[in-house]
Design a protein. Structure first.
Length: 319
């Protein structure tokens, strides 16, 4: 078998949880096979045609933008999934697409960016502790992808709780940008988790013969967890909306208090401004203009006026 750039690994399952070498075994066609590829590299179509995969499947393995779905294709089952991106420097909500096709003997998977879930399952096979058949392998992939999502969901829930505490404790932090960023992540996650939930439900409904009862149970549990994830996302989105309303309410209340205080000071100093403006027009006839005590007397009258206004506003409970 010629190696191709697109091939990440090509494993034969020995039926006991491990893998076996492909060379020199005449009866190897009776075992299950897992071909994992990078669809962005050259050689994908050549390798798959070499092992007898239909062109429709090759096209499905190479398509760029995909949403999770489950459908029958070329005598097998095509399952498109999404996994969280846990690669260094990446955002978990930047989800990685994984295409899976199987006819019960051969499992073909393809992706562009690395998925830690796939690496975990490959390691279990190499250590002879992995799935024994294609059905178990696909169920394990679904389960590991869902488990990784659980970690991300917990982190998002913790972040939402922290934002809520910051708002309620009035720490003075501007949480608008973190709120918007977190709501955006929730929207992206729900965009893919909801159809992935439906895809797993369709897989259970089709109930292919190669999916054994134990494997079907694992798929069902993963589907149930996805249902809870979608419900949690909806709940978190509503919770963030309430947090944002609370933050805006407190912000508006603080702004109103400041505007109120400015209005009170304006009411106090408006009469003073009127009197000083009236007496500063430089016309004849201003009382006591030539007396030395005129300015102290006028200043004292202004102070008395301020005290009277303050007492009146205080008794009316304006501040």
């Amino acid at each position: 078998m010629t190696a191709h750039n697109a091939v990440i690994h090509d494993l034969w399952l020995d039926g006991h949880g491990g893998v076996m070498p492909a060379d020199g075994d005449k009866g190897i066609e009776h075992y299950c096979r897992w071909v994992h590829l990078d669809y962005s590299k050259r050689g994908l179509g050549t390798h798959l045609r070499g092992i007898g995969v239909h062109n429709d499947v090759i096209h499905a393995m190479k398509i760029e933008e995909t949403r999770p779905r489950c459908t029958t294709l070329a005598g097998g089952t095509l399952l498109i999934l999404r996994g969280v991106n846990l690669n260094p420097g990446a955002q978990p909500d930047d989800m990685v697409s994984l295409r899976c096709w199987t006819d019960g003997r051969l499992l073909v998977t393809s992706r562009h960016r690395e998925l830690l879930s796939i690496r975990d399952i490959r390691d279990t096979l190499i250590s002879a502790k992995g799935p024994r058949c294609v059905g178990g392998l696909l169920a394990a992939i679904v389960e590991r992808l869902t488990e990784r999502k659980s970690e991300v969901m917990e982190a998002i829930a913790d972040e939402a709780v922290q934002l809520e505490e910051d708002v309620l404790e009035e720490k003075g932090q501007d949480v608008r940008q973190p709120l918007l960023a977190l709501r955006r992540r929730l929207i992206i996650l729900r965009r893919y988790l909801a159809p992935q939930r439906d895809a797993l439900a369709r897989l259970q409904l089709d109930s292919p013969a190669w999916l054994e009862a134990g494997d079907m149970l694992l798929v069902r549990e993963s589907a149930d967890r996805l249902v809870r994830f979608v419900e949690d996302l909806d709940s978190l989105r509503e919770r963030l909306a309430v947090i944002q309303e609370e933050y805006l309410g407190r912000h508006n209340e603080l702004l109103n208090q400041r505007m109120y205080m400015l209005a009170v000071f304006t009411m106090i100093f408006l009469p003073l401004g009127f009197l000083t403006g009236l007496l500063g027009v430089n016309l004849n006839g201003i009382p006591f203009a030539e007396r030395g005590f005129a300015f102290p007397l006028f200043f004292g009258l202004l102070c008395v006026l301020v005290v009277i206004q303050t007492i009146v506003l205080w008794r009316r409970k304006w501040f």
